[in-house]
Each structure stands twice: as structure tokens, then as C-alpha cells.
Design a protein. Structure first.
Length: 148
């Protein structure tokens, strides 16, 4: 196991392995945790040598985490895994009731573009409900060779 070398504004629980990274975000950090988590994921992808999706992965992490922080109140977890020919990003939260959907935003809207961005950058994305019914995981898969 290798720890991701970062200086963050708070303590993230980060575990990085050869093909898997897991980050627990503190509940009380709110949206301020998004940039730190994004940097942690980027650092891990660099350590794996997965550079072709780095920019896209940072945007996807930002959008999924921001959605989780805006629409839930509990802890949020991020998992990043290398998969065949790509990377899978998962954001787990405790809001089983919230169904994330890509919206048709207008130029006047200040929110609502996140999942449209995720859809544009990802080879595939979706939502998996927790088996206990207490949460969900929103995931996105990025194909190597594709970039933002």
C-alpha cells in the first residue's frame, strides 16, 4: 500500500494501492473537500501512469462530489479503480432517494450541468443503489486514450 503524498487543508483518509484508491471525506468539510479530493485522485492517477484521462478524471470527480455534497448530508466516499482499458470513479453517499439525472440547463442556470459534463467525458456512467437501501453509488468509467 502506498500513501498519496499531498498537503491538504484537512485530513483525508486515503488508501492507494496498485489498482485501487479509496478516499473518505469528512462530513463537516462540505464543498471545500472537493478540490482536495480532486488533487488526491489526480496524484494517484499520476502515480499509476494513467495520464491520458487525468483532466477528464479531475472534472468527473469534481462534478460527482459536488453533486453528493449539494444533495446529501452524510459522509461521502470516493473509489478509483483501474479497469480494463480505463479508470472507474465511484462516489458513494447516503441519499438513496435522490436520483441523479443529466438536465438540460439554460445559459441562465447556475447549476445543473454536472452530469451532462460527466456524460460527455465518460465512456459510461450510472447509479447503483446500496443493497441495504441506505445509499447509492454514482459511477463513471473513463476510457484510456480519451481526454477532455
Amino acid at each position: 500500500m502506498s500513501q498519496v503524498p499531498l498537503t491538504l487543508g484537512f485530513q483525508l483518509d486515503i488508501n492507494g494501492y496498485d489498482n485501487f484508491m479509496h478516499v473518505n471525506l469528512p462530513v463537516d468539510e462540505g464543498l471545500s473537500a472537493v478540490s482536495d479530493a480532486r488533487r488526491a485522485v489526480a496524484s494517484q492517477l499520476r502515480s499509476w501512469g494513467v495520464l491520458s484521462v487525468l483532466d477528464s478524471a479531475e472534472l468527473v470527480v469534481s462534478e460527482l462530489l459536488t453533486n453528493a455534497r449539494l444533495h446529501t448530508t452524510g459522509p461521502v466516499q470516493i473509489a478509483v479503480t483501474t479497469i480494463e482499458n480505463g479508470v472507474r470513479i465511484e462516489v458513494k453517499d447516503n441519499a438513496a432517494h435522490a436520483e441523479p439525472t443529466a438536465n438540460d440547463s439554460t445559459v441562465e442556470d447556475t447549476t445543473g450541468r454536472g452530469l451532462t459534463i460527466v456524460n460527455a467525458l465518460s465512456a459510461d456512467w450510472g447509479v447503483e443503489r446500496d443493497k441495504t437501501g441506505t445509499g447509492k453509488t454514482v459511477w463513471a468509467e473513463l476510457s484510456l486514450g480519451e481526454s477532455a
